[in-house]
Design a protein around this ligand. Structure first.
Ligand SMILES: Cc1ncc(COP(=O)(O)O)c(C=O)c1O
Length: 348
């Protein structure tokens, strides 16, 4: 703290990201990165961009990438918003669409950046409890609200809400914006982007950090009605005209074009997930049903923080949240077959 800080900064409670250790020999299963690396075509496109052109500012609208996303999902480019990671896209959504005279609703167990953005933008929130099986009950969201947001699959549980349930929620909630944060949707769910033409208050966010293995590039997006997108563009153009650099624009566009690599690597992660779930269940763990590139597991006899610490001593890092209801769970990202085996060996 310093006398130069404004009162606003003194009261901020920032998000704490998962550890990015400097040691390279660790088996890193703590931040839901993709173990397989980006599409070789994306890497080639990015290498091609490294030259004299970096002298010039990038396209402020990232049209090349907007077109690639629009083509991929069969929407118009004015239905697509892009940002520096989906965290930035979410920040603009909170800033531009959730500041109203009612609380924002999100699950009590959910992405821990949501309450941080509420603090940053002065938004009141009301947590909505997941049920006993850690599932979202859409009926519980029928109350006055400034907006609704939830990850699907949810994080850190990995549990998926069916598209029919999302549609039911949208039918019952037409007067505020509903955001479906699909950071992990490609590992087992069906995107709600198919609903945006019918529900003008629906925004779907996605990231290239997980299923397209580009966490280091920082690219995220939102798809929705052009009026919602326009609000986000207004915020973006009042904050940073160039959130995506030249390398990110061409790399992300090439990643969307390389559907074969995307499908192959997602399928590998899904197959490894199912195998790991079976192995952990065999060792007495309870694992929530996951449609993501991570699993959420607890052991009825062993303390979660203790397991996490013991794994760390053996060079395997997983994520433990010291939070109500979930402090006996571990969130474990799906690694390569070798990394998952290293986790099992360490547990043994
Ligand atoms: C649910 C959820 N939403 C959004 C993000 C942000 O992803 P990024 O900013 O890398 O696009 C994450 C990252 O872990 C996440 O778990």
């Amino acid at each position: 703290m310093s006398k130069f800080w404004s009162p606003f900064v003194k009261n901020l409670v920032p998000y704490v990201p998962g550890e990015q250790p400097k040691l390279t020999k660790l088996v890193k299963l703590n931040t839901n990165e993709n173990p397989y690396g980006p599409s070789p075509k994306a890497l080639e496109a990015m290498r091609g961009e490294l030259g004299e052109n970096l002298r010039l500012y990038p396209d402020p609208n990232s049209d090349l990438l907007k077109q690639a996303v629009a083509r991929y999902y069969g929407v118009q480019t004015n239905q697509v918003f892009l940002g520096n990671g989906s965290d930035e896209v979410l920040a603009h959504i909170f800033h531009g669409l959730f500041q109203h005279d009612a609380p924002l609703l999100f699950p009590d167990i959910s992405y821990s950046f949501y309450p941080v953005y509420c603090g940053l933008y002065g938004i009141q929130s009301a947590p909505v409890a997941l049920d006993e099986q850690f599932q979202i009950r859409v009926e519980d969201y029928q109350q006055p609200n400034a907006g609704i947001i939830f990850p699907n699959p949810n994080a850190p549980t990995g549990c998926l809400l069916a598209l029919e349930a999302i549609e039911q929620l949208l039918k019952a909630n037409t007067e505020s914006v509903v955001v479906v944060d699909e950071a992990y949707i490609d590992f087992g769910g069906e995107t709600a982007i198919s609903l945006v033409d019918r529900y003008p208050n629906l925004l779907v966010t996605q990231t290239l950090s997980k299923s397209r293995s580009l966490a280091g590039l920082r690219v995220g997006l939102a798809v929705g009605h052009p009026d919602l997108i326009e609000a986000l563009e207004r915020i973006k153009n009042s904050f940073n005209s160039y959130p995506l650099d030249r390398v990110a624009i061409v790399g992300a566009a090439a990643a969307f074009e390389d559907k074969a690599y995307f499908e192959e690597t997602c399928n590998k992660v899904i197959a490894s997930r199912e195998k790991l779930v079976a192995e952990l269940t065999g060792r007495g763990f309870e694992v929530l049903p996951s449609a993501a590139n991570f699993i959420f597991a607890r052991h009825p006899q062993k303390d979660a923080a203790g397991i996490a610490a013991a794994l760390r001593e053996q060079g395997v890092i997983v994520r433990h949240f010291k939070l109500p209801r979930i402090d006996q769970f571990l969130r474990i990202s799906i690694g390569t077959e070798e990394q998952n085996q290293a986790l099992l060996d360490a547990l043994n």
